[in-house]
Design a protein around this ligand. Structure first.
Ligand SMILES: [Zn+2]
Length: 331
């Protein structure tokens, strides 16, 4: 397990990558990131594609080596349930996160007992369980990490492994969600094509990722929490995210300069990463300052959606087959 990751990864563990968007190999250095969250050693280079401007990590850790960086401490897997007297605050923050996801998707489609929902990178499964209990949807999740021992997977179908290797049935989901998944992906084009394949015609895909061209990136630069080295493979700007959507053949319904994930987390983590300089943060010790900071910044955070602080979301739709024919004939 990753607790064994206490030396920097050797050169033989890396592979260089061509641009995920256009396939070009010429690039220039953007920034070197470190594992600021857990403090595991290593320097990870992000580059910008000379041809299309996509920012991505290259060289990247080969797939068989990345698993060690998603250890049991990994925050998105939220295995920790005991935060002492702050447990209720932590739980309410997590519930709020799922509530925000629910509110966001419910603006675009009405979920009910006939809806089939797939969450890619489902982590603990809490979002799917919320939709199942609230709307009686048929809920499925994919993740390479199996957390089905957690109670959130009750009556939720789970697929373990890479999304595009799952052989999920064609045209079968009304909603596919990717909350902070695509920036971890080793083949985002294949992932988006797979999403289009498994969506019903007219079905929706919702993608939230950190936003490179945002205030928090300008503030924290090499300590920007959105780098999250070495897990983040791609750093999306608004422009490059939209280019991926165009390429996937999905229709863009709406672009949002915010997400369900609290932008405040990136402001807090950015300050902590600057102070810790790559030594990692102790979540147990950080949780009290985290909630205090949130109270202090509350007047600012009310306007989160208008300030382009850290996050972005795209809502897309799979065209009905007649629409896609029309669309192709126009191209
Ligand atoms: Zn490119």
């Amino acid at each position: 397990m990753s607790s064994a990751v206490n030396v920097p990864p050797g050169q033989d563990m890396f592979e260089s990558v061509a641009c995920y968007l256009c396939g070009a190999t010429a690039s220039h250095d953007l920034v070197i990131g470190q594992d600021d969250l857990t403090g595991k050693p290593g320097n990870f280079l992000f580059v910008t594609c000379d041809a299309c401007g996509l920012a991505y990590q290259s060289p990247r850790l080969r797939l068989e080596h990345i698993g060690a960086y998603y250890d049991d401490d990994y925050i998105a897997h939220r295995k920790t349930t005991n935060w002492g007297i702050l447990t209720p605050f932590y739980q309410s923050a997590m519930n709020k996160h799922d509530r925000e996801k629910d509110k966001l998707v419910s603006r675009y489609l009405k979920l009910n007992s006939n809806s089939r929902v797939l969450d890619v990178g489902c982590g603990s499964g809490s979002f799917l369980q919320r939709l199942r209990q609230k709307y009686q949807v048929d809920a499925s999740g994919v993740d390479f990490k199996n957390l089905t021992h957690l109670p959130f997977f009750d009556q939720v179908t789970f697929h373990q492994g890479l999304f595009y290797e799952q052989n999920l049935p064609e045209s079968s989901y009304d909603l596919v969600t990717m909350w902070h998944f695509l920036e971890h992906d080793y083949d985002p084009v294949k992932t988006l094509e797979t999403a289009r394949h498994v969506l019903k015609p007219g079905g929706h895909l919702v993608i939230e990722v950190p936003r490179l061209d945002s205030l928090s990136n300008r503030l924290f630069k090499e300590r920007w929490p959105g780098l999250q080295a070495p897990q983040h493979t791609v750093l999306f700007s608004r422009e490059t995210l939209q280019k991926f959507i165009e390429r996937s053949g999905l229709e863009l319904v709406e672009y949002l300069p915010y997400g369900a994930f609290p932008a405040y987390f990136y402001l807090f983590a950015g300050v902590a990463f600057k102070l810790r300089k790559g030594r990692g943060i102790d979540l147990k010790r950080a949780i009290l300052p985290y909630f205090l900071g949130q109270i202090l910044l509350w007047p600012l955070l009310v306007f989160e959606r208008y300030l382009n602080i850290a996050m972005q979301t795209v809502v897309c739709r799979k065209r009905e087959s007649s629409e896609s024919q029309n669309n192709r004939s126009q191209v």
